[in-house]
Design a protein around this ligand. Structure first.
Ligand code: NAI
Length: 607
């Protein structure tokens, strides 16, 4: 509803009139809901019927008889009862009946709209099966089909037409206690390019993982899409496209909108509100990170989250390849946000080993769509120039691999199949245990498959991909290769930052998170072919990252939650979401003395 109201308003005036929209919102059922929950989420302020309508309150057949009678919803549900565990079994069954991943995604979104607790419990219990659905790779398809599958608003859409009123739009968000915002402008969604407003699926998916993997309260999370138009011709001509139908705004107007958004978030929710940037185009991603990192609590997941996950993989690889980070030679395919972010953090790690910054940069080679990054190139950005080499230009990647002889090959190019047989065989010829990161998402954009990496390196590689691959068969053995996805990092970092009230996020927090993940990789994980803990252990991993981040924050005086908790484990747990239903009964509710009627009803229902 909020979406259609805003869209209607946007259609009628380029800078829509806020009072009029407010009135429309008030008249809508969504507006009524806003009024209730903006006063804070106090169950006593809800009528019984709200427990059937509100996803956060709804338990379906798990409402007990006492709850049904006390809330006045007795008779509005079928007479039978189910426990949460029985409901979960049913959900698993329903989920498994869909053969198409996109339908599974739609099922999960509908479950979230209907019964939030059940959704998160299912997601957290079945991370390995469900994460590839609500997150990469399926979320990529969901974004592409956003216009088709959109049913209900989830997240806040701020458009270029809202300039001067961003704070007012934020105030329309019904939750008063937001602690974390994930924001995108949809210009570089995964490796799929400019998806405009359809990119909203990314902040929504990321924040689902905030809760499922780190236990961050769902009502503390706000997904935001900043709609400044799209340059995607197909979408501009597609009647199903739901975003602003105009080309992307850029320059000062765009910049001013993002500035206003950052200020509005702090004004509305406080200085400590975490703002995670997601899937902005490379040129904007770096600029905004540099601009805001010291004045807001912010990080860029594509740059810093990805970097930390790769660094974690490198630390974990030391269990097999006994080399310091500075003893490796790195060659990147792609010189965008992800690659530069990874390279910068690797350099930082090498510096901490005692290597000079210049010597560390010499260890890092990059190759982008125009070829090897060499000093004679005139098209390089400031961040890329650092890694340009005094070398002949080359546009033949396989040849560069032969010349440079990297020990670690990293792909963040969204160029599927770019790690060809020839490239992988060179890695095999030059290294006893070649390390290969094929990070591009979704799966269709990956530089090589896990099976190809094993086949062409005689099974000697340590392989990491951005999206999951099925187990690999090689020489009669099965390998479960790891997913080097920033989902290993960002939920835990976010939890640590939020609960400690950290104002700014220095790079060292990501080095801390990387070490934390690597420490949790077991010998068995490595033997199985993985450089990361499996998805089923990401939750434990996130809690440990949060603890390490909190320790770091207090040690370095950047935490603002006082007093410093003595028992940090208990402190983290006390801030985490409960994946069990809460009682809908008033806290001090006891069975009335004369409970005959209820007892009788119980018998009737059981009978
Ligand atoms: P970006 O757009 O900033 O950079 C892409 C880079 O790839 C550019 O330097 C471009 O010149 C280069 N490139 C494109 N086609 C190429 C080709 N055929 N040969 C050589 N270079 C080519 O994008 P960003 O943010 O760096 O992301 C790149 C990929 O990495 C995406 O697929 C994204 O999904 C993935 N990624 C994966 C993450 C993970 O956790 N596994 C996290 C962040 C990004």
């Amino acid at each position: 509803m909020i979406m259609s109201v805003i869209t209607t308003c946007s259609k009628t005036a380029s800078r829509w009139s806020l009072p009029r929209c407010r009135q429309m919102l008030k008249n809508s059922s969504y507006g009524v809901h806003n009024e209730a929950s903006s006063r804070g989420f106090t169950p006593s302020q809800y009528r019984g019927i709200d427990y059937l309508r509100e996803a956060r309150l709804y338990k379906g057949t798990a409402f007990s008889l006492a709850e049904r009678q006390t809330l006045g919803i007795h008779g509005l549900l079928p007479a039978g009862f189910r426990t949460m565990e029985e409901q979960l079994d049913l959900c698993r069954l329903s989920f498994s009946r869909y053969s198409e991943d996109l339908n599974k995604y739609v099922y999960m979104m509908e479950l979230q709209d209907r019964n939030e607790k059940l959704f998160f419990r299912l997601l957290t219990e079945e991370v390995e099966t469900m994460m590839p659905i609500v997150y990469t790779p399926t979320v990529g398809v969901a974004c592409q089909k956003f216009g088709l599958i959109f049913h209900r608003p989830r997240g806040l859409f701020i458009t270029i037409n809202d300039r001067g009123h961003v704070y007012d739009v934020l105030r329309n968000w019904p939750e008063p206690e937001v602690r974390a915002v994930v924001v995108t402008d949809g210009e570089r969604i995964l490796g799929l390019g400019d998806l405009g407003a359809c990119g909203m699926g990314i902040p929504v998916g990321k924040l689902s993982l905030y809760t499922a993997l780190a236990g961050i309260q769902p009502h503390h999370c706000l997904p935001v899409h900043i709609d400044v138009g799209t340059n995607n011709e197909e979408f501009l001509n597609d009647p199903l496209y739901l975003g602003l139908r105009r080309r992307r705004a850029h320059g000062n107007v765009y910049e001013a909108l993002i500035d206003e958004f950052m200020d509005a978030v702090v004004r509305r929710y406080g200085q400590n509100t975490l703002i995670q940037f997601e899937d902005f185009a490379n040129r904007n991603a770096f600029r905004f990170l540099q601009k805001y990192r010291n004045s807001y609590c912010t990080f860029n997941d594509d740059i810093q989250g990805t970097a930390a996950v790769v660094l974690a993989g490198m630390y974990a690889s030391r269990k097999i390849v006994d080399r310091k980070i500075s003893d490796h030679t790195f060659l990147f395919l792609g010189a965008g946000s992800a690659s530069i972010g990874i390279a910068n953090l690797l350099v930082k790690a090498m510096e901490s080993e005692g290597t000079s910054a210049d010597a560390a940069c010499d260890k890092v080679w990059m190759f982008d769509i125009h070829g090897l990054l060499v000093e004679s190139r005139k098209d390089l950005g400031e961040q890329q120039e650092v890694y340009a080499k005094q070398h002949e230009p080359s546009s033949n990647f396989a040849e560069v691999v032969k010349q440079v002889k990297p020990t670690v090959l990293l792909g963040a190019s969204a160029a599927p199949g770019a790690f060809t047989r020839e490239v992988l065989e060179s890695m095999r010829n030059n290294n006893e245990r070649p390390i290969i990161f094929a990070l591009s998402n979704p799966t269709s954009k990956c530089e090589c498959t896990a099976q190809e990496a094993y086949d062409y390196t005689e099974g000697r590689c340590l392989f990491v991909s951005g999206s999951p691959f099925p187990p690999v068969q090689f020489n009669g053995k099965t390998f479960h290769t790891g997913q080097g996805n920033n989902a290993h990092i960002f939920p835990g970092v976010a939890l640590g930052v939020i609960v400690s009230g950290t104002h700014h996020i220095p790079d060292d927090i990501f080095v801390t998170a990387a070490k934390s993940v690597a420490n949790q990789v077991s010998d068995e994980d490595i033997t199985n072919g993985a450089l990361y803990p499996p998805a089923s252990r990401i939750k434990d991993c996130s809690s440990q990252i949060a603890l390490d981040v909190i320790e770091y924050a207090y040690r370095n005086a950047i935490a603002s939650t006082y007093p410093e908790p003595e028992d940090k484990v208990a402190f983290v747990q006390s801030n985490q979401y409960s994946f069990c239903y809460d009682s809908a009964l008033p806290v001090k509710w006891t069975w009335p003395k004369d409970s005959c009627r209820i007892a009788q009803d119980t018998n009737i229902l059981k009978g």
